[in-house]
Design a protein around this ligand. Structure first.
Ligand code: GLN
Length: 204
């Protein structure tokens, strides 16, 4: 059984945990979902999700709890990470905001809240590389991906700007794939990746 960790210091943790369970069922990969609140959990995880929420708070708590370094080590070990919205801001190389101490595991520059204020939150059908049909993408005060580094694959664009990217084991989205019943982004990022295929076989 794979161990799938949801970073649970702040943000929409339970929605991601549910999405992970749905994806593991749909993709036929058995996974135990665990919440990451303190140091010492991430090293035992095969897969990780970093949810949306409020990026300055998440980045501060990750540092305080000693989880930040563990997430960096997880990605350096080529294990899959799905980082969504505020999670992507924290994962980025540059968040354009000193209050966010980024992890630098996804080589992108983001701009916080660049899709507008809360009332500008919206849902859009999005063509995503690797998915056959459009994905219902929910954007909530979403970051814009302003720049992507070399070797970063753009998986989806909205209005000509990248909103989903893959940088090695990391998939990052500006939107919230956990807020619709469609679990294909979780599947694509965590259960379908070649990296996930190479993870240890179920223990029994
Ligand atoms: N606006 C939030 C931030 O910048 C991100 C929004 C979200 O995760 N829905 O931290």
């Amino acid at each position: 059984t794979l161990r799938a960790g949801v970073v649970a210091v702040q943000g929409d943790v339970s929605e991601h945990a549910d999405a992970l369970r749905r994806a593991s069922e749909e993709y036929g990969r058995e996974a135990k979902v665990v919440e990451v609140r303190t140091e010492g959990t991430v090293p035992d995880c095969d897969l990780l999700v970093m949810p949306g929420g409020e990026s300055t708070t998440i980045s501060r708590l990750l540092r305080d709890e000693g989880i930040a370094e563990e997430i960096v080590a997880h990605v350096e070990a080529a294990k899959p990470l799905l980082a969504t919205c505020a999670g992507l801001i924290v994962a980025a190389t540059d968040a354009g905001d000193d209050r966010v101490e980024t992890l630098g595991v996804a080589d992108v520059t983001v701009e916080r809240n660049a899709f507008g204020r809360q009332k500008d939150s919206f849902e859009a059908p999005l063509d995503v590389a690797g998915l056959d049909d459009p994905f219902p993408a929910v954007f909530i005060r979403a970051p814009v991906i302003a720049d992507v580094g070399e070797g970063v694959e753009v998986l989806a664009e909205w209005n000509g700007r990248p909103v989903a990217v893959r940088d090695g084991p990391v998939v990052g989205t500006s939107f919230h794939p956990e807020l619709t019943p469609d679990s294909r982004i979780h599947g694509l990022a965590l259960f379908e990746s070649e990296l996930a295929e190479r993870l240890p076989a179920p223990d029994q």
